[in-house]
Design a protein around this ligand. Structure first.
Ligand code: KIV
Length: 274
């Protein structure tokens, strides 16, 4: 085995150890090819259940299944070799009991080879986080805006906007940190709240619309590349590749219609002259 191929993947304890240190870089990935492209640049990649909305055009993440997460988790593992891969547990696959969560998480880890799972929820999930962590399942938490709860929340709005609401989110983050989460995603909250949580929990916080006060950041890859139709207001676009795809396809269509599309003779001709 060469030294290069022996380079090991980052693990949940590696991410946990970055608390207060070099900021943690992360993005979502659902495919082998995007995993390959982002692998050298991120510390972990999340196979997020946002794939239901981004890849499949669903209105919410609620219909996403364990099978969908496993299929894309396998693809992302094939495409990457360095970053930790974290797979979301989808709605309905873990909230029933710690035992249900363990059965789902164990299946996800066995069938994908990923290094950790993520689940949404604070105090109500603390017992489950402890149950999983005690049984060898690294758990990333997710508090603040929790999109799987859209049917009770009513909309994807920022949370913790008054003092009482902010206090509940702090309690949520503390509860799952104390239960053994190795990192916690803080979604859609104002900077003072994200800063307070980051200061009081022992594990790293990963912001998504949670300000730069967090220990790291995550974005949905398609959102920051300009591929998504609708993006949350906090998303900074680092590229705008949607229009370039449109332009490339338009050029392709023009070539096809003009019968100017290079065919096999093009390849054979260049082989002969080589
Ligand atoms: O599913 C997802 O993409 C996520 C991120 C928004 C953190 O949970």
């Amino acid at each position: 085995m060469s030294i290069q191929s022996a380079a090991r993947r980052l693990t949940a304890p590696d991410i946990r150890a970055r608390k207060g240190g070099e900021p943690i870089v992360s993005l979502t990935s659902y495919h082998a090819h995007t995993a390959r492209l982002i692998d050298p640049h991120v510390d972990f990649m999340l196979v997020g259940d946002s794939l239901g909305m981004v890849m499949h055009g669903m209105e919410t993440t609620v219909p996403v299944t364990v099978e969908m997460m496993i299929l894309q988790g396998q693809a992302v593992m094939r495409g990457s070799s360095r970053a930790l891969v974290v797979v979301d547990l989808p709605f309905g696959s873990y909230e029933g009991s710690p035992q249900q969560a363990f059965a789902t998480a164990a299946r996800v880890l066995k069938e994908t080879g990923a290094g950790a799972v993520k689940l949404e929820g604070g105090r109500r999930m603390a017992e489950t986080v402890r149950f999983l962590a005690d049984r060898g399942v690294p758990v990333m938490g997710h508090v603040g805006l929790t999109p799987q709860a859209i049917n009770t929340l009513g909309s994807f709005r920022a949370v913790g906007r008054d003092e009482a609401g902010a206090e509940l989110i702090r309690d949520d983050a503390r509860a799952i940190a104390e239960a053994g989460a190795f990192a916690i995603v803080l979604e859609a909250m104002a900077e003072p709240l994200a800063r307070a949580i980051t200061a009081e929990v022992a594990c790293p916080t990963i912001g998504i619309g949670g300000s730069s006060a967090c220990d790291g950041q995550i974005l949905v890859l398609e959102d920051m590349l300009g591929l998504s139709d609708k993006v949350p207001r906090f998303v900074k676009k680092y590229a705008d590749i949607g229009p370039s795809i449109g332009a490339a396809v338009e050029n392709f269509a023009a070539d096809v219609r003009a019968r100017a599309f290079p065919g096999p003779e093009h390849v054979y001709a260049s082989k002969k002259s080589a």
